[in-house]
Design a protein around this ligand. Structure first.
Ligand code: ZN
Length: 483
């Protein structure tokens, strides 16, 4: 009898949303032993705050949170990001994430994990963003090389009071960070083992009073799965992920794994209850929700519009015209970028870049400076190396080549084979050069650093063509694959 009464109460509380919560407080909800919490989660937002062809951006998510989930900013909601918040379209990248922070403040995020791309603009800029953020950055597995301490910009965990329940959130940064952001930006830090961090910090969070433990990670599904045994042993209820842009929502061995895709195209919603008397946590429901309802939150939309105007002022210059989408992963895109470097540096023979440095399509229509900033968003510069043909072939591996092809042997575009003993001038990014496993630095320890960002030659080349609706950029692409 008691139980059924409790369930009726629970149903009332879940069913009627925010106004009910206020009533609960007025009527002494503190006495109710079972508390409900709703977690709203996004990851790998990558600055995709504006509504676009694929999703309704941050204003769409906020609208859905308010209208579908009853989100009222109250402490019965826990809003988390799995990291990689801001490297992406010019709307975020050009402002080094400042615009994205404003949007996430307005959405009242409670915390974010530190993604590898949070370091893209240097730790100094990360700390600037942190000053603007109304929420902390979490990572329990970043330590300073100098003092073996968690750095000042990170908290290993936080305890959030959610509807009367103390929720401990332990953050995990990706151990790939030293090579998935610009290596020099994180050279002062170690990114340490996930399990060790949980074994150290989950008990600390519990000692600090955490009743429910969530591990919020910028980690992929396979890494989440690998952590299940230690998570179970430590009493972790949920592991969230990011970095790999996967969609994950599943119970595995009693631990809930959640990852909500990327680019604000989805969010995850988890409802859980905690029984103060028994200390039991129950997952009531979990789901991934698509952000495509077509309705926008005005306040968040106003912030996005403000920054769109700022982008227009800074990067609105039209530099060309595209009649059909040039896809991010296409040969036409790769060849255009790498070949444009050789136009800017005609004394070089070959250029090489990595597919990961190319981040979005060029959509049909006018091409602005902002378009290309979004395609090539990183603060990477071009450097010139001297490599023998043999060294070049050894290094070319997975890279996208300009000026040559790796199909049916290693040949320049005019058909001349690469000669093993000849020395060639090769253009790469300082990012590729500074990777710790890079052979480039071994083969040429004294390269020439140019002042060109890796996007500059592409912008210059597109401008030089004066493309129009009658004569679009697509006419000038070399669409033949080279690897
Ligand atoms: Zn990442």
């Amino acid at each position: 009898m008691k139980n059924s009464y409790l369930w009726i109460l629970l149903i009332i509380f879940i069913g009627t949303g925010c106004s009910c919560k206020k009533n609960n407080e007025d009527q002494g909800d503190q006495d109710q032993p079972v508390k409900n919490i709703t977690i709203l989660y996004t990851n790998d937002e990558h600055g995709w705050m504006a509504s676009n062809d694929d999703a309704d951006g941050a204003p769409g998510i906020m609208k859905m949170w308010k209208s579908l989930e009853g989100y009222d900013g109250s402490d019965a909601f826990l809003v988390l990001s799995g990291g990689d918040m801001w490297s992406g379209p010019a709307l975020s990248t050009w402002f080094e994430g400042k615009s994205m922070v404003e949007v996430m403040n307005a959405m009242e995020y409670d915390a974010a994990v530190i993604g590898n791309h949070e370091f893209d603009f240097t730790v100094e800029i990360l700390e600037e963003r942190l000053q603007e953020m109304d929420f902390p950055l979490l990572a329990a597995n970043i330590t300073t090389k100098s003092g073996n301490q968690i750095p000042g910009f990170a908290l290993p965990y936080m305890i959030e009071d959610c509807n009367g329940v103390k929720v401990g959130i332990v953050g995990l940064a990706s151990t790939t960070t030293p090579w998935t952001t610009f290596p020099a930006n994180v050279e002062d830090y170690n990114f340490t083992d996930y399990e060790d961090a949980l074994i150290k910090y989950v008990p600390e969070a519990k000692n600090d009073g955490a009743e429910v433990i969530i591990v919020a990670g910028h980690i992929c599904e396979s890494e989440m799965e690998a952590l299940i045994p230690v998570a179970k042993a430590q009493g972790v209820t949920i592991i969230t992920g990011g970095h790999c842009h996967e969609k994950v929502a599943k119970m595995q061995d009693g631990v809930l794994l959640i990852e909500a895709g990327s680019y604000m195209r989805n969010y995850a919603k988890v409802e859980l209850s905690y029984d103060k008397n028994s200390g039991n946590t129950s997952i009531i429901s979990y789901t991934l929700v698509e952000n495509n309802k077509g309705s926008l939150d005005n306040d968040v939309e106003n912030i996005v519009s403000y920054w769109q105007q700022e982008e227009q002022n800074a990067l609105g210059e039209v530099i060309g015209y595209c009649s059909a989408t040039i896809e991010r992963g296409s040969a036409g895109m790769a060849n255009m970028i790498t070949d444009s470097w050789l136009v800017s540096y005609p004394d070089a023979h070959v250029s090489l870049t990595n597919a990961g440095g190319i981040r979005q399509d060029i959509p049909a229509g006018d091409i602005t400076l902002g378009t290309i900033v979004g395609v090539l968003p990183f603060e990477n510069s071009i450097i010139k190396l001297e490599l023998t043909g043999e060294q070049l072939i050894e290094c070319i591996d997975y890279l996208l080549p300009g000026g040559m092809t790796t199909i049916e042997g290693y040949n320049f575009l005019d058909g001349t084979p690469v000669d093993y003993s000849t020395t060639y001038t090769v253009l790469i990014t300082d990012y590729l050069y500074s990777l710790s496993n890079s052979d480039f630095s071994k083969y040429d320890p004294d390269p020439e650093f140019t002042s060109s960002n890796y996007r500059d030659p592409t912008i210059d080349w597109i401008k030089s063509l004066n493309t129009t609706t009658q004569d679009p950029l697509n006419n000038y692409l070399d669409n033949t694959p080279r690897r």
